[in-house]
Ligand binder design. Structure first.
Ligand SMILES: Nc1ncnc2c1ncn2[C@@H]1O[C@H](COP(=O)(O)OP(=O)(O)OP(=O)(O)O)[C@@H](O)[C@H]1O
Length: 620
């Protein structure tokens, strides 16, 4: 048969591969092994489903044979094989319309085009990065004839009859100068381990192994065959076949962690998309969690073939502590990083994976409180990051996150806090703006204590930013007690009267404090303290403002509102002595002490001390 030319698109593709993938020539082996694995999968399927192949004895395997002297590598499988038409159709043309369309759109700008190559599988043709001659000897299962396909990857290919004792395919590579480093057993083992360790079929390597011979006192070379992959693809087995030990071992080999994982979730999705996910949560949070250059923890496989382990696109950032595997049947093998970002298949897998992880965590919280407590100890803050960024899963995350509280020792869930709501309590309340000790003694809590309402103590530095965006938990309002309008819930009918009585003092305070405050008014939120400072709904608390300024953020001048307690002795007495000299000092002290209780530094400590001493002088 005369030499056949490659379809134009194949020549184009070959050029493109050589231009764009030259920095990763080693992927040729991954592609060939993946083809063999597919061929084994296909034949295995036939032996299970097709009458003609039912009696067929089948021991699926992939065999690599290295000849270091001749610089050749053969890769043989006993899979489905190809006949003459198959060889022409598969290794000479490009059948897939997607790939053809893609090639038709090529601009001819090699650099630009190379960025796009990840959109389709480069497959078999990648061998021409490392070989200047490739022979494929194949015999299709169920047929007697074998054929040899030969090509230099430049002009075209030859096909001629050949011999092969059993069905399957052998690919023989004659390495070129770029491929010579791969004529090395150590290198090959390494590549197989890296990319194909979990291919479900065993991969054997035959090579010349040097062994030290003690008697002859020299090293002797022996032809050796070794299995070089673990052939386990554990995650593709059903859960019922796997023991806890299996999962723990896989976790450790994946992560290098010496400790057992806290929990794992193993899922097989079938339907419009087929994929398997196996996620582990480390018992201890990875140390680089809060570093910018943290290492992503999920490996992407396509049909058991390792694709990448450093993509941050596989799960949202707040789940960066999750380790494990996503193995998709539907993604192309050569999916690139850029493509991953907008890939619809991956998006669906990611969305479902997040839902799965969150729902499994919910199960854990309901069924194993002790383990869930360990989880929260390590990852509560990450859940809060999720609340900030993952709007779609906000309700699920609100169920998972845990809080300190005025009502219980330790931590509580929002659901539990809700179940403890008192009669007349219309919202779930929380306080932010500083360290736990400061928050627990804040005057803002007084009325809630008096009424027996629980207040959640949000003392994490990200709490205020996160929770200022969240207004509800289910149907229940979530309110910050730091905000001015929150006390509206607590108003009683005596307020108009008290307001009238206190008005002269309020006017006086406004005149004295001037533009230090937005407003002065009475409040029903205080019990033991005379005054407190609050901020508007959409403004950060005073303490947060101070932190933001310290971090160099520019803020407009945000003034707080001073609230005073009309039932407090000092306020009552002051109302009767508005013209006394002491009234001015007392007014400032109401403001200063409210600032101090917010954990905010006084703007003029010297003036404060002088006022305090003048007032003390009158009383001691
Ligand atoms: N070892 C093999 N045994 C049987 N058929 C093979 C073998 N290698 C390749 N083929 C056939 O050649 C076709 C083309 O292979 P190639 O690697 O170029 O692309 P692919 O495997 O279809 O795509 P991708 O690389 O994106 O998975 C395969 O689809 C398969 O039909």
């Amino acid at each position: 048969m005369p030499k056949q030319e490659f379809q134009t698109e194949v020549s184009q593709l070959l050029q493109l591969i050589i231009h764009s993938l030259y920095s990763h020539p080693e992927i040729f082996l991954r592609e060939l092994i993946s083809n063999s694995s597919d061929a084994l999968d296909k034949l295995r399927y036939l032996t299970l489903t097709d009458e003609r192949f039912k009696g067929f004895t089948f021991d699926p395997r992939i065999e690599l044979e290295l000849n270091e002297t001749l610089k050749t590598l053969s890769l043989a499988d006993n899979g489905i094989g190809m006949n003459q038409e198959d060889l022409i159709a598969h290794l000479g043309t490009i059948a897939r319309s997607g790939t053809k369309n893609f090639l038709n759109q090529l601009s001819g700008d090699a650099k630009k085009d190379s960025n796009l190559i990840g959109q389709f599988g480069v497959g078999f043709y990648s061998v021409f990065m490392v070989a200047d001659k490739v022979e494929v000897i194949s015999r299709k299962a169920g047929e007697d004839a074998a054929w040899k396909w030969t090509s230099d990857g430049k002009t075209g290919f030859d096909i001629e009859p050949a011999e092969r004792a059993t069905p399957g395919t052998t690919v023989l590579l004659h390495f070129n100068a770029d491929g010579e480093p791969y004529a090395n057993a150590w290198r090959l083992k390494d590549i197989v381990k890296k990319y194909s360790n979990h291919i479900a079929f065993p991969i054997f390597l035959t090579y010349d192994k040097s062994n030290w011979n003690e008697e002859e006192k020299k090293s002797v070379t022996e032809r050796t065959t070794e299995q070089v992959n673990s052939a386990s693809a554990l995650w593709r087995r059903s859960k019922s076949e796997l023991t806890d030990e299996d999962y723990k071992e896989l976790y450790k080999s994946l992560t290098g962690d010496f400790e057992d994982p806290l929990v794992w979730f193993h899922t097989k999705a079938e339907g419009s998309l087929e994929y398997i996910t196996l996620f582990f949560i480390p018992a201890k949070a990875p140390i680089d969690l809060y570093q910018q250059d943290y290492k992503a923890g999920v490996k992407l496989y396509v049909k058991r073939v390792f694709i990448m382990d450093d993509s941050r696109e596989l799960l949202p950032q707040y789940l960066r502590f999750v380790r494990g595997i996503i193995d998709s049947e539907d993604l192309p093998l050569n999916v690139s990083r850029e493509i991953l970002q907008q890939n619809k298949i991956l998006n669906s897998i990611r969305t479902a994976s997040v839902k799965k992880i969150l729902s499994e965590l919910k199960n854990l919280s309901e069924n194993d409180a002790a383990k869930y407590a360990l989880f929260i100890e390590q990852y509560n803050r990450l859940l809060k990051e999720g609340l900030y960024g993952d709007f779609a899963n906000r309700e699920a995350l609100l169920d998972l996150v845990r809080f300190k509280s005025t009502a219980v020792e330790g931590l509580t869930s929002l659901a539990d806090a809700k179940s403890r709501m008192k009669e007349g309590q219309t919202a779930l309340y929380y306080i932010t703006g500083g360290a736990e000790s400061l928050l627990r003694t804040s005057p803002l809590l007084e009325i809630y204590k008096k009424k027996g309402y629980e207040v959640l103590i949000l003392d994490d530095d990200i709490d205020e930013i996160v929770f200022s965006q969240i207004d509800t938990y289910g149907e229940t309002e979530l309110k910050s007690v730091n905000k001015s309008s929150t006390s509206d819930d607590l108003k009683d009918e005596t307020e108009p009267e008290k307001s009238e009585q206190t008005q002269p003092l309020i006017d006086k305070l406004k005149a004295i404090l001037g533009d230090r405050v937005k407003d002065v008014r009475i409040t029903s939120r205080l019990a033991d303290s005379p005054s407190v400072l609050v901020t508007d709904e959409d403004e950060p608390t005073l303490r947060m403002q101070q932190m933001m300024k310290a971090m160099g953020q520019k803020l407009p001048e945000l003034k707080p509102t001073l609230e005073i307690n009309p039932d407090h002795e000092i306020v009552k007495k002051l109302s009767g002595r508005l013209t006394d000299a002491i009234a001015d000092d007392a007014a400032w002290l109401l403001y200063d002490q409210a600032l101090l209780m917010e954990g905010v530094a006084l703007p003029d400590p010297a003036a404060f001390v002088q006022r305090l001493n003048r007032v003390l002088n009158q009383t001691v």
